[in-house]
Structures are given as C-alpha cells and as structure tokens.
Design a protein around this ligand. Sequence first.
Ligand code: ASP
Length: 447
Amino acid sequence: MIKVAKFGGSSVANAEQFRKVKSIVKADDERRFVVVSASGKRFDGDNKLTDLLLLVNAHLEYHVDCTTLLKDIEQRFVDIRDELGLKYPIEEKFEEFSSVIKSLSPEYIVSRGEWFTGRLMAEYLGIPFLDAADVIVFHHDGTVDMERTATYVRDAVARLGTFVLPGFYGSTVDGTVKLFERGGGDITGAILARCLDAGLYENWTDVSGFMAADPRIVDEPRSIHRITFDEMRELSYMGASVLQEEAIFPVREVGIPIQIKNTNDPEARGTVIRETAAEREREHLITGIAGKKDFMSVHIQKAHMSNSVGFLKRALAIFERYGVSVEHVPTGVDSFGVVVNGADVKDSIYSITSDLQHELKPDSISVIDKLALISVVGRNMSRRAGTSGRIFGVLGEAGINIRMITQSSKEISIILGVNNDDFKRAIGVIYENFVANEMVTAENADR
Ligand code: ASP
C-alpha cells in the first residue's frame, strides 16, 4: 500500500522535530512520499516561518528594510541544518533568494518557507526533493488541474521512486508560483495521495486527532478514533479544526481515508476519517460536540405566511443583497428565523431589517443576538430514537434555555442555539450526559 505522510509546521519546527519525523518515516516502508509544511512555532509565542515571510512581503510593500527579518528566517534553517549535521548550503541559497527579493512575487517569497524546509528534510531522510512548482499545476481560475498534476506526479514517481514534496504551493500554467489558502499543506498532501492512488493519507500534526469536545471546555475529552467525512465537516465547520477543510475533497472523491496522527505521540491511534464507518455492535451515540459563539437570528412572523408562495425566497434575497451568508433557516408555520454569523451583519443589520420590513411587511421582526450554536454530531443518532428529546431534557434540567433547534438533513447532527453566556455550560452538560457517562458502556466500541 502507498501511504502519503504529510507533516505540519509544528512537526518540522526544529531539529528535534525533524528527528521524530525521520523515525516515523523510517518505521514504515510504505511511507515513501512525504509532504512538509514550512517550519512552524517551536514554542509558545514563537512565529511560524510562513507568518514571518508574509511580514517580509509587508516590509517590501512599504519599502521598510527587512534585512534583520531575513537573517532571522535564514538562521532558523541554519540551526536545523547544523544540529542535524546536514550539508545543504543554506547561506548560499538564501543569499541567491534575498539578493533578488524585490523582483520576486509575494507568493513566491512565502512559498520559500516550505521549499527550504523540504530541502532540509529531503537531505535528512536521504531521499530526493521534488519541487511542488514542477508538479502541482493550477488552472487559470485558481483550481488545481488534476489531470496534469497526476501526470507530472506519476512521471516523478517513475523517475525518483520516493520524494519529499513541499506543501502549500504549486504553479500556474505559465510557471508562476501560486499558493493554496493558509494551512494548504494539507491540501497538497490530499492531492498527492489522490494522484498516487494511495491507500492512506496520513496527516501528522501535534494533536492525537479529533476530540469529542474542545479540551478548553471539557477536561480530557475522549479522542475520536473513527469519524465519517460528513461528521468531520460538521465538527470542523463549528470550530473543531484539525485539518484544512478543503483537504478532504481530493481524497474523499476517490475513497482514500485520512488518518490524523500525532508526531509527538506516534503510538496514539489518532483519528481515521472515511466516507462511511462500518457499523459495529457497540457504537458511541455521539461522535463529537463543537460550537461557536456570536451568531444572530432574525426572526420574522407573518400570519398566513405558509400560504404565500415565495415569501421565504424574498427574505433570503435581502440577505444575499448584503452579501451575507445564511447559516440556518429554522421554520415554523407562520414564522421563520434566519441565522447568520454576527460578524457578517455587523454593519448591515439595520439595513437588512429595514428592507425586510418594507418589502415583506411582516407582522413582526425580532433580532436575537449573542446566540451560540452547538452542533451535536453523531452518525448513530439517526438509528436511535429520542436523542434530541434527551438532549433537550438535560439542558432543561440545567436551566439552559434553548433558543433554536435544527437538524441536518442526513440526521447526523442536531444544532442547538443557546445564549452566548450558556455556551460552555451547555457543552459541558451534553458531554457529561452523553459522552462521559457512555464511556463505561461503550468502552470497547472502537476496538
Ligand atoms: N505554511 C502554511 C501556513 O502556515 C501552510 C501549511 O502549514 O500547511 O499556512
């Protein structure tokens, strides 16, 4: 089986992390294709190289001298090289780069973070370096040209057999370096896995996969060992981010699973993400809980609305007019709410409500702000009746007012709106009752 092993910024932050990567790669012959991010934070308060390179661009834009900044960046690479006893001529290559820096594009400059990290990693692992600009190709519209990329990747495999590929960038048809979004090294790994028809895409980071709740809210939450792509999307969208969201698409379409692993604890099982999870006899009811604060719900009421065709469409068109993306639309017979991200309507909420008033002439409009949304996610909920009732029950007993409820169409999540102030407590109560208490009975569920 072919495995693509992608290592994030914290996994390649310094020489010590490089050593961990080497022992991971060497422990498994199937790990022949390695993708790296730019060296990340070495300690709390440190800077990622990508952020420093973005800062270089800002200096250049405003004609501020950045010699010291460039020296600091160079030193990070020199330190790794010297500590590992490598030979790569960083000083010389960095001089070549910085002497012409004013003529380089901002994206090219930022891409050097992964480029130099990749160079060092390739020498350290004793395998060839493959420049992402030579294989990852973008269309003019900014999407990846999968066909061409796959051809170039396969050629490279035939030529080199194994390689280190820097993540986060590729090139356009005319050879100009182009970046993915932030965190895009995960996307490179997924594209490579797809082009190689890999059996597994390993994503090595600094946490042991997804947790059933945010560890800042719940003490030592349970790790999620198996999760579906849909469940992961729900949790990530609501703030549980471990993987760049776009990274799942290239592998998902062709059925390659992703495994999240911890470079600092390689024995930990991590999380495997697949299209479907085979049913087991004993399964957790709830896979995970995630949430975000500061939503706003615009509630519209009008008698006989249910008989008036197009009413909802007209209301949503007003939000569209202001470029506001709508998160949820819980509906009643003669009323509905439009839930949006508070930050998105910060400047437009008065105009939106006044347009709604004029154009729809509703009986009433009210706005609930400081609304937190909590998504309770579990593929098994659809098979067991009464879950939502039990969730409402425990929240009610805890005196937490539920301000909104919706369920995703595949019934894999229940989304609850509560006041911002009740956010943490609500997550704690749901976790206590549905995850922590279940642990004893479902102990073997993942074995
Ligand atoms: N180095 C890039 C970033 O910090 C990409 C990545 O780490 O995946 O966003």
